[in-house]
Design a protein around this ligand. Structure first.
Ligand SMILES: Nc1ncnc2c1ncn2[C@@H]1O[C@H](COP(=O)(O)OP(=O)(O)OP(=O)(O)O)[C@@H](O)[C@H]1O
Ligand SMILES: [Mg+2]
Length: 456
């Protein structure tokens, strides 16, 4: 769990402000829900005992409540149209006789006025909560999708920079799974394609172009998911609104009836006093049960454990050191971009598995422009020897010089830009044959493409 938090934090650069905003809004939403619950207490208390008024708990509500002490809301305040309206009767706030500092406080508010006032509060806080929930959910979906897209691109980019030596020891399906997570479709397809053709990508130094192509698919996938997140963000506040409307109806009608009035709606008649405070609170408890926050918590726990293992698997790949792109000599590369192609192997020893060398003490000199043929048994190491020239694998001993300079002193880009390779097993990427032929040089003209195809 701690590893998950650390992983998320370190990969959230640029999104942290959004995360903080979402947290603040969540706190506001919870506060709004808590404040919105107070009207649920105001009404039953006032109804049961006219002295138990909201202003007893919160004196600042006194002047606001007075706005509702009007005959238009409570007809009892003006029983005769010709008479001047009267004030609600005075009542005493609940008073604890054991409190030495307790003093007697009285209030003067109409119970029906308090009910109307409370209902308005209820609706206002309900609306506020719905609006905040919408914002928080949408933010969360947004942050999630941005983070997913970013991790996928970073992981993919990192995979391309890991050496073939490392890739040779991995299972392709497992790598694809790490990059794509549980998504299907084009993203998975392109990732499989690229990971399988990694040798080719490296031969032609097309890492950046492939990363961009992959990024395009990730982006499309992200947008589709954002739309889904938008729909989901609307759904939950809708439920909240329904709950608030239900609460408003239950407590409005219930309070009206419990305070001694008959309620009639068409043929439906609820007799005065058939509902008391206890019934009201019961109904409200039922409504609150709709939320079932405990169920959400258990869902969150499962989610967190899945996420932790996913984060671990991704971090494992990130922890692998990428192939060294630059020469070990510090400072910018000042040597030639174009190499003549004089190749010298001096006592080269190399193998794939520790203890079993494939090449043992190879000495070879190839002058620029020379065509040579390597002949040998299958598995003799011909392909291996060729793959050492673009530094796909580290050599164990000896040295390989290009134009008289150790190949390890060239930046990888320079070295590989000077080498063309036709591999034994060919790979076709998605797209036209022409695009495939132009893989190593996307800007190539038609003649160049035809010439290259003839040479191959
Ligand atoms: N990625 C790898 N991981 C481990 N061992 C490998 C790897 N690639 C090749 N080998 C082993 O290295 C040896 C030399 O293989 P290589 O492909 O260089 O031979 P080759 O001369 O090109 O053969 P062929 O004529 O069949 O193409 C073989 O024993 C092969 O099994
Ligand atoms: Mg071979």
């Amino acid at each position: 769990m701690f590893a998950l938090v650390k992983f998320l934090f370190s990969n959230m650069k640029g999104l942290r402000r959004l995360v903080v905003l979402a947290m603040v809004l969540t706190v506001l939403q919870v506060s709004s829900d808590i404040l919105g619950a107070f009207p649920l207490k105001f009404i039953p208390s006032k109804v049961q005992n006219a002295g138990n008024d909201p202003a007893c708990l919160f004196p600042f509500l006194n002047p606001i409540e007075s706005w509702f002490d009007i005959p238009q809301i409570d007809h009892d305040l003006q029983p005769e149209p010709n008479l001047a309206p009267s004030l609600p009767p005075e009542a005493q706030c609940p008073f604890d006789a054991n409190d030495p500092n307790g003093k007697i406080v009285t209030v003067q508010h109409s119970p029906i006025g308090v009910i109307v006032f409370s209902l308005i509060l209820l609706v206002l806080f309900g609306l506020l909560s719905a609006l905040l929930a919408f914002t928080v959910l949408y933010l969360a979906a947004n942050i999630g999708q941005q983070l997913t897209a970013r991790l996928r691109n970073q992981l993919f980019d990192h995979l391309q920079r890991l050496s073939l030596d490392w890739h040779g020891k991995q299972q392709k399906g497992d790598l694809v799974q790490r990059v794509t997570g549980n998504i299907t479709g084009q993203v998975a397809h392109v990732a499989t394609e690229d990971i399988n053709a990694l040798t080719l990508i490296k031969v032609f130094t097309r890492e950046e172009r492939e990363a961009m192509r992959f990024g395009g698919y990730v982006d499309r996938d992200k947008r589709a998911r954002l739309r889904a997140g938008w729909l989901q963000a609307q759904f939950t506040p809708l439920v909240t609104l329904l709950v608030i409307l239900g609460t408003t109806a239950v407590i409005g009608v219930g309070g009206y009836v419990a305070s001694g009035n008959d309620f009639a709606l068409g043929s439906l008649v609820i007799a005065a006093d058939s509902i008391d405070t206890g019934t009201l609170i019961l109904f409200l408890t039922f409504l609150k049960l709709l939320y079932q926050p405990m169920r959400d918590l258990s869902k969150l726990a499962t989610l967190a454990s899945t996420a932790s293992s996913g984060a671990e698997r991704i971090q494992e790949v990130f922890d692998q050191a990428p192939e060294l792109k630059d020469s070990p000599i510090p400072g910018p590369y000042g040597g030639p971009q174009r190499l003549r192609g004089e190749i010298t192997f001096e006592n080269v020893v190399m193998g794939y598995l520790p203890g079993t060398p494939v090449l043992q003490g190879i000495n070879l000199h190839v002058s620029p422009g020379k065509k040579i043929g390597l002949v040998g048994l299958s598995g003799g190491g011909k392909t291996t020897l060729v793959k050492l020239i673009p530094r796909f694998y580290p050599i164990w001993r000896g040295s390989i010089k290009i134009d008289g300079v150790d190949s390890r002193l060239y930046p990888l880009d320079v070295l590989r830009n000077n080498i063309s390779m036709v591999l034994q097993d060919s790979v076709l990427f998605e797209g036209t044959i022409r695009e495939n032929l132009a893989f190593g040089r996307p800007m190539a003209g038609m003649e160049e493409i035809v010439a290259a195809a003839k040479k191959a």
